[in-house]
Design a protein around this ligand. Structure first.
Ligand code: FMN
Ligand code: SF4
Length: 440
C-alpha cells in the first residue's frame, strides 16, 4: 500500500518540507540548568531527523528567563544561545529535515520554577485551578518587554539558520492565558472582548514581522477548543472553536504562515496528549512539583491514596472521551480552521499513527499535514515504516502517557515497558540520548 499524499511535499509561503509529517513539540530536560543547550538535545532531535520526518518542531523554548517552566530546557533568551541552535540546525539539515523553533513563555503555568523568579507573570493574578501555580498580572511595561522578547527570539532563530518559528499559543501557556476567556480577567485593553484578548499575540506577530521581515516562516500553535471545564465543571469553558477561527483569521492578516491545531486550556489536559492517566507512574514523579504550587501537596496526597488516585484517573479518562477516538481527535477543529484561513496551511496534532488515517485526512482537506509526538517517541522511524508500506507500526504507542508523567523528573523517552523485551532494554533506549556525550 502506498500513502502518496503523505509523501507529497508541502509548501508554506517561504518554506517547503519534503512530506506531510512533522515531529510535534516534545519538551524534555536535556539541557543545562542555566538554559544553555546540551549535546543530548542534538542527539534527541537527530533520532527524528534520521527517521524521515519533513520537519521538526522544537520543544518549548523560552524567549525570556521569566518564561521558563522547568530547569534544563534550552532557551533562546540571549545572543550567546545562537551558536547552539546553529549547530543543532546544521546537524538536522544534514538529514534533509527542516527545523522550526517553538518560541514560548510559560506565564503562570510552570511545573518547576527555576531559582530565578518566585512567581510567573500572566494576564491574571489568579493561580491556576489545578496545581495552584501562583502568578502576577503583567504590567504594560512587562507586556512590552515580553513582546520584544518574542521578536528577539525570532531574530535569533533566524540568525541561527533555522527554518522558521512557531508561537506556542496553545495548551495554557502565556499566549493562551491572554487569549482565553476563562483565564484572562484584565480590565485594560488586553482583556475583555476577544479582540482585546488577542491584542497580545497580534502584537507579538507584528513585532516579529517588523524584526525579521516577511521571508521567514512563522506559524502559530493554538488550542482551537479550550475545554477549560473538562476536569473542573465549576470552571468556565473557555474559548470556543468560533473564537479561535476569528483569532486565526486575524493572525493570517498579521503575517502568520500556518496554523498548528491543538486543544485544551492547560498542559497536560485530558484531551492533550489524549491517553491514559498512568496513576502508578504519577505517584512516583509528581512529588517533584510539590513545592511549585499551593495545591500540589493536596494533589500529591490525592494521587497516592489508592481510592482517590483511582477516582481522579477515572475522571481524567472520562473527560478525555473514548480511547478509540484518540487518533485525529482535533481533525474537526482543524478542518473548520482550514476552511476559514483558506490560503495558509493547517497542521493538526493529536494521536496520529495510522498511515491511512493521515492520508485520508489530507485527502478530505481536513488538514495539510499532521504533527506527531508520542507515536514518534515510540517509533522514531514511523515515517520510514509508512514509506515501506507498513500502515501501522507492529509495536505502536499505547497512549499510556508514561513518557509525559516522567518528563518533569526523568529523561524523556518511551516508558511503556510492555513495548520492550525487558526493563533494561527500555532504560538503555531512554539513556541512548546521552550518546555521544560531546559535540561531534
Ligand atoms: C512528553 C511531552 C512533551 C510535550 N511538550 C510539548 C511542548 O514543549 N510544546 C508543545 O507545544 N507541545 C508539547 N507536547 C504536546 C505534543 O506536541 C502534541 O501536540 C501532543 O502530544 C499530541 O500529539 P501526539 O498524540 O502525537 O502525542 C508534549 C507532549 C508530550 C507527550
Ligand atoms: S510512554 Fe511510550 S507508549 Fe506510552 S504514550 Fe509515551 S511514547 Fe506512547
Amino acid at each position: 500500500m502506498s500513502y502518496e499524499r503523505i509523501f507529497q511535499p508541502l509548501s508554506f509561503r517561504t518554506l517547503t518540507i519534503k512530506n506531510r509529517i512533522v515531529r510535534s513539540n516534545v519538551a524534555g530536560r536535556f539541557d543545562n540548568y542555566d538554559g544553555t543547550g546540551a549535546q543530548a538535545r542534538i542527539n534527541w532531535e537527530l533520532k527524528f531527523a534520521r527517521g524521515g520526518v519533513g520537519a521538526i518542531l522544537s520543544s518549548f523554548v523560552p524567549v525570556h528567563p521569566r518564561g521558563r517552566i522547568l530547569p534544563n530546557y534550552a532557551t533562546i533568551v540571549s545572543d550567546d544561545r545562537i551558536p547552539f541552535w546553529r549547530e543543532l540546525g546544521r546537524q538536522v539539515h544534514a538529514h534533509d529535515c527542516k527545523y522550526i523553533l517553538q518560541l514560548s513563555h510559560g506565564g503562570r503555568q510552570r511545573d518547576i520554577p527555576t531559582i530565578d523568579y518566585p512567581k510567573g507573570l500572566s494576564s491574571t493574578s489568579k493561580s491556576d485551578p489545578l496545581h495552584g501555580f501562583e502568578c502576577e498580572a503583567m504590567t504594560l511595561a512587562e507586556i512590552n518587554e515580553t513582546v520584544h522578547a518574542f521578536a528577539e527570539g525570532a531574530r535569533r532563530a533566524r540568525e541561527a539558520g533555522l527554518d522558521g518559528v512557531e508561537l506556542h499559543g496553545a495548551n495554557g501557556y502565556l499566549i493562551t492565558q491572554f487569549l482565553s476567556s476563562a483565564i484572562n480577567d484584565r480590565g485594560d485593553e488586553y482583556g475583555g472582548v476577544l479582540e482585546n484578548r488577542a491584542k497580545f499575540v497580534r502584537e507579538i506577530v507584528q513585532a516579529i514581522r517588523a524584526r525579521v521581515g516577511r521571508d521567514f516562516h512563522l506559524q502559530m500553535k493554538i488550542s482551537a477548543t479550550e475545554y477549560n471545564d473538562a476536569l473542573l465543571p465549576q470552571e468556565p469553558p473557555g474559548n470556543t472553536l468560533a473564537d479561535s477561527i476569528r483569532v486565526c483569521q486575524w493572525l493570517k492578516e498579521d503575517g502568520v504562515d500556518a496554523i498548528h491545531v491543538s486543544s485544551g486550556s492547560s498542559f497536560p489536559h485530558p484531551k492533550n496528549p489524549a491517553g491514559d492517566l498512568p496513576i502508578e507512574e504519577l505517584r512516583k514523579t509528581y512529588d517533584s512539583l510539590i513545592s511549585s504550587g499551593v495545591l500540589t501537596l493536596r494533589n500529591y496526597l490525592l494521587f497516592v491514596g489508592h481510592l482517590t488516585g483511582d477516582l481522579f484517573r477515572q475522571r481524567w479518562e472520562t473527560a478525555r472521551g473514548p480511547k478509540d477516538q484518540i487518533e485525529g481527535l482535533n481533525l474537526h477543529d482543524a478542518r473548520a480552521i482550514k476552511e476559514a484561513v483558506d490560503t495558509i496551511p493547517v497542521i493538526c496534532t493529536g494521536g496520529f499513527q495510522t498511515a491511512a488515517i493521515i492520508d485520508e485526512a489530507i485527502a478530505r482537506g481536513d488538514c495539510d499535514a499532521v504533527s506527531i509526538a508520542r507515536p514518534l517517541i515510540a517509533n522514531n522511524d514511523l515515517v520510514h515504516q509508512f514509506a515501506n508500506g507498513v500502515g501501522r507500526p507492529a509495536n505502536p504507542c499505547t497512549y499510556c502517557n508514561k513518557c509525559l508523567v516522567n518528563a518533569p523528573e526523568n529523561p524523556l523517552g518511551c516508558y511503556e515497558q510492555s513495548r520492550f523485551p525487558s526493563f533494561d532494554a527500555m532504560v538503555q533506549e531512554i539513556l541512548s540520548v546521552y550518546r555521544p556525550q560531546t559535540f561531534q
